[in-house]
Design a protein around this ligand. Structure first.
Ligand code: ZN
Length: 298
């Protein structure tokens, strides 16, 4: 259905792929193969698909992505915050797969900063490979700009400052203690900048922020509304008590209190697709945290 609609409407598809081992286990139980192979098998993948996360893609999955021209959205802060793992980004880049950088939204890393995403993208790979040269600051900056544009098929219009392209420009003020001293401007952007260095932002030739002032909206009012909405959301979800959690007595969550997937997650598995089942998402402070249905079809 999604593939058919995308073909008819000529729009891109974004879908999570291989974010967690749970996804792989579920795909294996349902289809006898991992999700990348399954999506390839049913003709879902293509150059108009952005596969989000791909943390657990293996060499053969990366080859599938390359063959289909499928793009990857890399969200390092989310992958670390949610303990999903470390995506094989260097291997993807070596294979010629386009990888754009993203935040995954503030719900999964408490931030929307592409500056944080850039720094963590580099640091995660360096740490995981114990190789400080595994990825360059220049490549990371490209992933946040032109490769992101390639991922959404807009590289002819945006993603780099060039004659003939739309004037999308971010201006940074390097005159602060965090950016001093500077040895290389790109390394300074990736490793030193915190985000507050941004003084002006131009989109398609129009300033949306100039000299620190956001022109299009009342920034203070938007922030107030965001807090009000977030408070209401946690109340509706019944998670507002977590906002007043006690100071933990342990350095990490005790084993039995660690968020974990219930063994009930696979009712009916294996044994066909009849019921995908209910996922008991986890236990926080010894209480059921979230319970939702992954999918149910008979
Ligand atoms: Zn996501």
């Amino acid at each position: 259905m999604t593939r058919k609609l995308a073909d008819e409407e000529h729009v891109l598809i974004t879908t999570h792929v291989a974010e967690t081992t749970f996804e792989l286990e579920t795909a294996a139980a349902c289809y006898g193969m991992n999700d990348t192979q399954f999506l390839s098998d049913i003709g879902f993948l293509g150059p108009d698909v952005i596969a989000v996360h791909c943390v657990h893609c293996k060499t053969e999955d990366i080859e599938i992505m390359r063959q289909h021209g499928t793009k990857v959205s890399h969200n390092p802060c989310s992958n670390m915050y949610l303990a999903s793992g470390c995506a094989p980004i260097p291997e993807m880049l070596r294979a010629g797969v386009t990888v754009g950088l993203a935040s995954d939204g503030p719900a999964s890393s408490n931030n929307h900063s592409l500056f944080q995403a850039m720094k963590f993208a580099a640091l995660q790979q360096k740490g995981a490979h114990q190789d400080a040269t595994i990825i360059t600051a220049e490549k990371v900056l490209e992933m946040a700009t032109i490769d992101g544009a390639r991922a959404v098929g807009l590289e002819a219009e945006i993603g780099s400052i060039e004659v003939g392209k739309k004037a999308d420009i971010v201006v940074l003020d390097y005159n602060n203690a965090f950016m001093t001293p500077i040895h290389h401007p790109v390394s300074a952007i990736v490793y030193s900048a915190l985000g507050h260095e941004v003084t002006s932002v131009m989109i398609d030739g129009r300033f949306v922020m100039r000299d620190g002032i956001v022109g299009a909206v009342d920034e203070a009012a938007v922030r107030r509304q965001a807090q009000t909405s977030a408070d209401a959301l946690t109340q509706r979800a019944g998670t507002d008590s977590f906002n007043r959690r006690p100071w933990p007595k342990t350095v990490g969550w005790e084993r039995e209190k660690k968020p974990q997937v219930s063994p009930l997650r696979y009712p009916g598995f294996p044994g066909g697709l009849g019921r995908v089942g209910e996922l008991s998402c986890g236990f926080l402070y010894g209480k059921p945290h979230t319970r939702f249905t992954v999918g149910a079809a008979q």
